[in-house]
Design a protein around this ligand. Structure first.
Ligand SMILES: Cc1cc2nc3c(=O)[nH]c(=O)nc-3n(C[C@H](O)[C@H](O)[C@H](O)COP(=O)(O)OP(=O)(O)OC[C@H]3O[C@@H](n4cnc5c(N)ncnc54)[C@H](O)[C@@H]3O)c2cc1C
Length: 447
């Protein structure tokens, strides 16, 4: 419902979901029961007053609804599009017991889009405190921390290693799910509060960790941009990408428009994507838009796919073929990829999280011909800076350890987002960043 036709959307990278019309939004909002104890709010990591903004939409007060959301959420147009509402706020909607839950994400997106169309208002900022905070990384964690700290009157310098801000919002999530102008508008609003954004600054390389000494506090929002690889023969062949690299080449460097832009991707007639999460779906759907025939190989069963159901649905609609219960063992080719050999898997015991453990079935292999392999099997915390901070406590996966308040083992350093949790979600990064910004503010106020 509300999606562009498959034929249309495979021709470009424009947004697939058309969103709600004002009439549809009012009708949908009118279904809300306005619960006295709204479960949906408990399911929102940034605690938006969901019944309040929905009531305003039902009355046709769209801008007031957007203002209400903004009290808790600095990135509503982004969250309305990419948050996994079906496992968060919408999962706790009481209506969901008997019929479809309220489409909270769609309503959030609707209000935010209405507001953007009318022109966004820069959030109020308190008088300058004279305190300086360095925010490292400009993904959702960094943006939210920067915005919350700027609101409190602190001077914020945000360092970003890439040439554009936004982290995964910009280089990872394709524009057919999250248009770049939506991301830009929400980031610009935060920059307009006086945040000093320094692009092309890789802290730990082009800016040393020691240079951050003069700041009163440091926030780490460096994300989980380190891709994992399968460690199988053939991974060094030309035509093998991590999903991060492939998506960055397209989203940030416009490889789909090579040679108009000077970053290419390998010739892609047949692509195999390995993995079953949102990242795998994004890579597969991107490759489809670049004209390739795409097969996705996933080691567990279809029902175990970790991607959002909507992403799987869209990928299938767009012609991505799925092979489940299979795992690559070797990438074939001379200098470039010519195929991939996989082994069939069977599901055995359950792991700690209740998911079945896949085991290979001896000698049951098959080969797929392809010229590109995209690995989307997960990613870990970015180590460049964290590895240089003396004594900072890290977890087994290299993630920075924090308390609930975002404090690290270093008294001046706070952290949130994927660098602390490993690959997670936009809203988790935002929720953590809000907590950390509050802690930083408290610390600075007490000095
Ligand atoms: C392809 C893809 C699709 C996804 N889809 C969804 C989705 O639909 N819904 C959802 O909720 N989540 C999704 N996620 C996950 C979500 O995007 C992340 O959980 C979220 O972006 C984490 O935010 P962050 O700010 O912690 O890190 P990031 O977004 O990774 O931002 C970190 C930033 O820090 C910068 N950086 C790193 N090191 C340094 C340094 N030393 N100096 C300066 N800058 C540095 C990086 O360049 C980057 O810009 C997806 C992830 C990917 C990869």
């Amino acid at each position: 419902m509300g999606d562009r036709s498959v034929g249309d959307r495979l021709k470009d990278f424009e947004e697939v979901d058309c969103g709600l019309t004002p009439q549809e939004a009012i009708e949908e909002a009118g279904r809300c029961l306005q619960c006295k104890k709204p479960g949906c709010v408990d399911g929102c990591p940034v605690n938006i007053d969901i019944p309040a903004f929905i009531a305003l939409i039902a009355q046709g007060k769209f801008l007031e609804a957007a203002a209400s959301i903004r009290q808790q959420n600095l990135l509503p147009a982004i969250c309305g599009r990419v948050c996994p509402q079906e496992t968060q706020c919408e999962a706790l909607c009481i209506l969901g017991k008997k019929e479809a839950p309220i489409r909270i994400g769609q309503l959030e997106r609707f209000a935010a889009d209405q507001e953007r169309a009318k022109g966004l208002t820069i959030p109020a900022r308190k008088a300058l405190t004279g305190k300086r905070v360095a925010v490292i990384g400009s993904g959702p964690a960094g943006i939210v921390a920067a915005g919350e700290l700027a609101k409190c009157g602190h001077s914020v310098v945000m360092y970003e290693s890439l040439h554009a801000p936004g982290g995964v919002l910009t280089y990872g999530i394709p524009s057919f799910r999250l248009p770049k102008d939506v991301v830009k508008a929400e980031i610009d609003l935060i920059l307009a509060m006086g945040v000093d954004l320094r692009l092309n600054h890789l802290v730990g390389r082009t800016v040393s960790y020691e240079e951050l000494d003069s700041f009163d506090a440091i926030f780490l929002g460096t994300g989980a941009g380190l891709p994992y690889f399968m460690g199988i023969p053939g991974e060094n062949l030309s035509g093998v990408y991590s999903a991060n690299e492939f998506l960055t080449r397209v989203n940030l460097m416009h490889a789909e428009r090579f040679p108009e832009y000077d970053t290419p991707v390998a010739r892609m007639n047949r692509v195999v994507v390995v993995g079953g999460g949102n990242v795998a779906m994004d890579a597969a759907r991107t490759a489809r838009r670049m004209g390739a025939e795409v097969t996705l190989v996933y080691r567990r069963r279809e029902e175990d796919l970790p991607a959002r159901a909507a992403e799987v649905f869209h990928a299938k609609e767009e012609g991505v073929m799925f092979i489940t219960c299979a795992n690559p063992v070797r990438i074939l080719g001379d200098q470039s990829v010519s195929g991939i050999e996989c082994i069939r898997m069977q599901m055995c015991n359950l792991d700690e999280s209740g998911r079945p453990i896949p085991e290979p079935i001896d000698n049951d292999t098959f080969t797929l011909a392809c010229d590109v392999v995209i690995q989307a099997i997960g990613q870990g915390p970015n180590p460049v800076l964290v590895s240089q901070i003396p004594g900072i406590e890290k977890g087994r996966a290299g993630n920075v350890v924090t308390g609930e308040d975002g404090r690290t083992s270093h008294p001046k350093i706070f952290a949130a987002g994927d660098v602390t949790t490993g690959a997670a979600t936009v809203i988790m990064a935002m929720g953590g960043a809000k907590q950390a910004a509050r802690s930083i503010n408290r610390m600075l106020a007490s000095q």
